[in-house]
Design a protein around this ligand. Structure first.
Ligand code: FNR
Length: 185
């Protein structure tokens, strides 16, 4: 089917491996899917005082609208100190409010974590899943993706350096698409 998918990357740095991984994954969706990366780097830190009439930052409003129009999400995140980066948590918080207007809820998602270390961002991955539960986002049990030692298969410029990587990535997207199709059946 024709589905609108939002891609959220937890790293803000230009040379981010996770951003390169997300970009590659985006290219592997079926052509009828509309897949868009939604930037989170310009969102002011969530503050309830700002979430009042006349005070809401334009960047929040724009982000909330982008999230609301999507039918599913692909989260690709590094791990910072055994959790998700603050930028990712902030983005989840911003579009979860104002109370009663959670823009994430009722949609499917895939979670991918990537690290230069061996543990593949396991801590970040599961803290993210924990928050998705309360947001009403149904994270696919599978694919369950922890990408360790990312420098062994991708460069900062996005070049894939290991032969079976694209096929592996295609399996991730095929699994998520199948999950999404079943979700909306
Ligand atoms: C890290 N890094 C890291 N890696 C990891 O596997 N577990 C961790 O807990 C942490 N903690 C951590 C904290 C902070 C503040 C930084 C900046 C980094 C290393 C991390 O995997 C590495 O910087 C990746 O390159 C980040 O992903 P991107 O930016 O390349 O997508």
């Amino acid at each position: 089917a024709n589905r609108k998918i939002g891609v959220i990357v937890g790293s803000l740095r230009k040379g981010s491996y996770n951003r390169q991984i997300a970009t590659k994954l985006m290219s592997l969706f079926p052509s009828e899917y509309q897949v868009e990366m939604i930037e989170i780097g310009n969102l002011p830190l969530y503050n309830e005082d700002l979430d009042t009439p006349g005070n809401v930052p334009q960047a929040w409003t724009d982000f909330r609208e982008k999230v609301a129009e999507k039918e599913g999400f692909l989260f690709v995140t590094p791990e910072y100190n055994r959790s998700m980066p603050a930028a990712m948590k902030n983005a989840l918080d911003v579009a979860s409010r104002p109370f009663g207007e959670n823009a994430w809820g009722g949609k499917p998602a895939a979670v991918v974590s990537g690290s230069i270390g061996a543990t593949g961002g396991f801590g970040a991955h599961h803290h993210l899943r924990q928050t998705l539960v309360v947001l009403g986002v149904t994270a696919a049990p599978q694919p369950e993706v922890y990408l360790g030692n990312v420098t062994s298969f991708i460069n900062e410029d996005g070049t894939i350096t290991k032969e079976d990587t694209v096929a592996f990535f295609q399996g991730i997207i095929d699994g998520f698409v199948l999950f999404t199709e079943q979700f909306y059946k």
